[in-house]
Design a protein around this ligand. Structure first.
Ligand SMILES: C[S@@+](CC[C@H](N)C(=O)[O-])C[C@H]1O[C@@H](n2cnc3c(N)ncnc32)[C@H](O)[C@@H]1O
Length: 263
């Protein structure tokens, strides 16, 4: 009886970043979600509309990475009304974080995307996951490796090249550099909330439909580890968006909750 109670309680936790969480269990702060499995802050239709509109504004040139990045930051400011960028965290031991560097964000807005290679729960990832703080766990058990260095970087690049259709890439590789062509693709650097800094964003999973405009796929910062199945060149691509929980002002750092409890 008590065993079943504990087992259910354990299953209700969604440990987004397992290795870091185990090290920091005592200091954890939890995001509470009431009722069932649905913790989406905005609808899938809203996510799809935002991504389609925003990605269609972006420019792309793999040779001029830095100037394209700057142009696309301006487009972000013009189109979304805010800009997010990576900078040293306000937390003394927080490494790099993500900040709203221009404008302000309304509640319920997509502020970032979590880039990376998508693994099904059964796929091998031992070497990629060793000492890797960027492995994100989705609610359905899929994993996203958002590490932009070492073996993870190599694996992501190889899978993108494998899946290209003729000269066309179906996902973005520039998030592995300091100049992501899609400036939303920095969500892997968002730090965990603390007592002084409550979460102002939350993760939400979304599957890009197979009929998503093909010419915009090159801006999607996620790709599958496994190759496509026969007769299925384009799949629904899992993406993770970070959605604002409240109004976020210029200069604020983004914080998420690495733990979510569903009651
Ligand atoms: C997904 S990464 C976030 C990016 C990280 N800040 C960096 O510079 O690479 C997760 C890691 O960030 C650090 N981190 C996240 N939240 C933190 C916090 N509240 N306090 C201290 N370190 C934190 C931990 O080292 C954790 O393993």
């Amino acid at each position: 009886m008590i065993f079943r109670y504990l087992k259910n309680k354990w299953k209700n936790y969604r440990y987004r970043f397992t290795p870091w969480i185990i090290m920091n269990l005592k200091e954890r702060k939890v995001r509470d979600v009431q009722k069932g499995q649905n913790d989406k802050l905005i609808s899938d239709e809203q996510v799809l509309k935002l991504l389609t509109n925003f990605l269609s504004k972006l420019e792309n040139d793999p040779i001029e990475e830095e100037s394209i990045y700057n142009k696309n930051l301006n487009k972000m400011r013009a189109d979304l009304g805010f800009v997010t960028e990576r900078k040293p965290s306000v937390l003394p031991t927080g490494g790099i974080g993500v900040f709203v560097t221009h404008g302000s964000v309304e509640p319920g807005t997509v502020v970032s995307m979590y880039p990376g290679l998508i693994y099904s729960p059964h796929e091998p990832k031992l070497f990629q996951s060793l000492l890797n703080p960027f492995i994100f766990r989705c609610i359905d058990g899929m994993l996203v490796d958002g590490n932009d260095k070492n073996l993870s970087k190599f694996m992501y690049r190889s899978c993108c090249q494998r899946d290209r259709i003729g000269p066309y890439l179906i996902s973005d590789m520039s998030w592995l550099t300091p100049f992501p062509v899609n400036p939303l693709a920095v969500g892997q650097y968002v730090n965990n909330q603390s007592t002084e800094h409550q979460a102002n964003v939350a993760y939400q999973e979304f599957d890009i439909p197979a009929d998503f405009p093909f010419h915009l796929r090159k801006f999607i910062p996620n790709n599958f580890y496994s190759s496509s199945y026969e007769n299925e060149e384009i799949r629904q691509t899992r993406v993770i968006v970070l959605v604002s929980l409240r109004n976020i002002k210029e200069g604020e750092e983004l914080f998420s909750s690495y733990f979510t409890v569903v009651h």
